[in-house]
Design a protein around this ligand. Structure first.
Ligand code: TYD
Length: 206
């Protein structure tokens, strides 16, 4: 049987990395076989593309180039790492996926969700997640919690107004796709972890 494919989404500072680490430890404790990976990146070629996308010196990068590079990193990562794991029945958990492209490039950059969906058709059709966990916290609250943006990251330094648009984008996507479940992560990290565990149990993932 094909493995389940779970993705995690959220704005900068939503605590995704912390939650994914807590989840990984929990799954290990349960003895669950899983692969945890991330976008952009997750495979050698995709990690190289990631370096280009996030390089803060590349301020000339146009929005279409950005969207296509994310899509290029995505398909390589899918073919090389995600698909073989799913085919062997392994649970795959991915830190960011196509909804990041829809929220950041489609809505916040203003390329349009249709354009971004079209260049990511493979992800939305062939590799559609079974469940997407959206860590729901506003960018203002998230940046306050993490004490500001990472100055070396081209995307993080886009300013609060940009990240507010990303957040609004995620809210629209949550209303549109039933596979996306919002988890309020304004509480403590352990409270959020408990909510995520419950969601995964309720959805029959674990
Ligand atoms: P990363 O340092 O991994 O951010 P985070 O820890 O918040 O996940 O950098 C990934 C950045 O790329 C992040 O700002 C979100 C952005 N991004 C897009 O704009 N589009 C995409 O399709 C993906 C996957 C990420």
């Amino acid at each position: 049987m094909r493995g389940k494919f779970i993705t995690f989404e959220g704005c900068e500072g939503s605590g995704k990395s912390t939650q994914l680490k807590l989840l990984a430890d929990y799954l290990k404790g349960l003895g669950v076989d899983f692969v945890m990976t991330r976008e952009p990146g997750g495979s050698e070629i995709s990690e190289e593309i990631r370096k280009i996308i996030l390089n803060k010196d590349y301020d000339k990068m146009c929005d279409e180039c950005e969207a296509l590079l994310y899509a290029a990193a995505r398909i390589q990562h899918l073919r090389e790492k995600v698909a073989p794991a799913l085919d062997s029945g392994t649970l795959v958990i991915c830190d960011r996926y196509v909804d990041s492209s829809l929220a950041y490039q489609g809505y916040a950059r203003g390329l349009g969700a249709e354009y971004v969906a079209a260049i990511n058709e493979f992800a939305l059709n062939e590799f559609c997640p079974d469940l997407t966990v959206f860590l729901d916290i506003s960018p203002a609250a998230a940046f306050e919690r993490k004490h500001g943006a990472d100055e070396n990251d081209r995307m993080e330094t886009q300013g609060l107004a940009f990240h507010e648009e990303v957040y609004k984008g995620y809210k629209k996507l949550t209303g549109k796709f039933p596979r996306i479940c919002a988890v309020d992560c304004g509480g403590s990290r352990l409270e959020t972890h408990e909510k995520i565990k419950k969601l995964l149990k309720d959805k029959g993932i674990i």
